[in-house]
Design a protein around this ligand. Sequence first.
Ligand SMILES: [Zn+2]
Length: 246
Amino acid sequence: MRFTVLGCHSPFPGPGGATPGYLLEAGGKRILIDCGSGVLAQLGKMISPWDLDGVILSHLHHDHISDFFVLQYAIMTAMKLKKRTSPLPVWAPEKPGHWYSKLSFGNYIEKHIIKEGLTVDVGDLLNIRFYRTDHGIPCYAMNITDGTHSILYGADSGVNTNWELMTDSPDLFICEATYLDQDLPPGPTGHLSAKQAARAANRIQTKQLLLTHFFPGYEPEQIQQEAETVFAGKCRIAASGLQIDL
Ligand SMILES: [Zn+2]
């Protein structure tokens, strides 16, 4: 499997950056996970958007879906120019219904609903299983395997997310680090600090932690330092273009 970061900022992209989006490639299939602001421009550096085999949207907050609405235009244009013959499959939670309904676009998009425990096979290799996280709207983490290696993508998640239910010792855990610990709001937010992400990584004994979904004004070194106080030597910070091969 090859996992490429397209965007890692939140809730808005920094200069030249993008909010969450990741390209997953295995067995000749190409899946886009989340499609935030700026993701399409990053994706185009690697592949044409009409060559995607599917899109998974972990949840329907704007920083994870805003570029999906121009991806619809890319697919429409490609189908009209006969560069693509089939609609683009997209998996997403059905709530909020207002946003789920907007994922449809003529005959160019084929929608599927994500629910707790749903498993999706893509091609001969990829198996993806979905789990609800602790977030303000329905949001799903995904455990991805190719039969040999495993990736847990945590999407957006608060401290009450049950990571142990999803996986044990994954090869790669992609977890949000929305805050530095010093900036954590007092109440529950459905988000994690870098330190809390590192504690989650420690609990599931991941081989590698990739921290993402951070404020573009933070220095990556600050995030890394905070996570390393809990989970030393196994933390990386996401950046557009970063590729991890498993
Ligand atoms: Zn988000």
